[in-house]
Design a protein. Structure first.
Length: 198
């Protein structure tokens, strides 16, 4: 006598292929959602860049940028850690650890260059940030982060050529605006991925 389980026909090749395609589609959707989630750090970084000239002027003194970024950098890092920890799609463990290492190296490198070189640092801290963002663009496979990394690189080159306060302020405002606009584009791409297909 056949059991109920024995009476169920085995899955066909077509069923298995459909299941595999569904799994691949789900993986791609998760990857796109993860890549799109870069909007949050890009937005925070953009706001911090836009605020940098004004807040540094309020702090005053040659060490003002170091004080500003010494606080803003860790605050952004902690906020991003909380944001990513609460995401429904989590980074693979290896990528998550690499991201933490890159973030720490980027912040420490930028601050160390700014403090050690002082007024003569030019675009060195921005170059460190651009390098870190370039690494993030590769890790997250994100064109959005790549765009912001490129804007930081251009800003660093401009600051190497001209270290005046006016140029520095314009660079930070420009880079901040690019970062905020790119964050909006990344957020919109996330919503597009989340929309159900007809």
């Amino acid at each position: 006598m056949n059991s109920a389980l024995q009476s169920i026909p085995p899955p066909s090749d077509a069923d298995e292929a459909t299941a595999q395609l569904d799994a691949i589609a789900a993986g791609r959707s998760a990857s796109k959602r993860l890549a799109g989630s870069v909007w949050f750090p890009l937005l925070l970084g953009g706001i911090a860049n836009i605020a940098a000239p004004s807040v540094s002027a309020l702090i005053g003194g040659p060490a003002a940028p170091a004080w500003y970024w010494g606080v803003a950098g860790p605050v952004i890092g902690i906020a991003c850690a909380i944001f990513y920890a609460s995401r429904p799609v989590q980074l693979p463990h290896r990528v998550g650890l690499t991201s933490v290492g890159v973030a720490v190296a980027m912040v420490v490198g930028a601050l160390a260059l700014g403090i050690s070189l002082g007024d003569s640092s030019g675009g060195a801290p921005l170059l460190a940030v651009a390098s870190g963002l370039g690494a993030f663009a590769g890790l997250y496979r994100s064109i959005h982060v790549g765009i912001v990394a490129a804007s930081q690189l251009v800003g660093a080159m401009v600051m190497f050529a001209d270290t005046s306060d006016r140029t520095t302020a314009l660079v930070f405002l420009s880079v901040g605006a690019v970062s905020c606009a790119t964050a909006l584009a990344a957020l919109l791409s996330t919503h597009h991925v989340d929309e159900p297909r007809p």
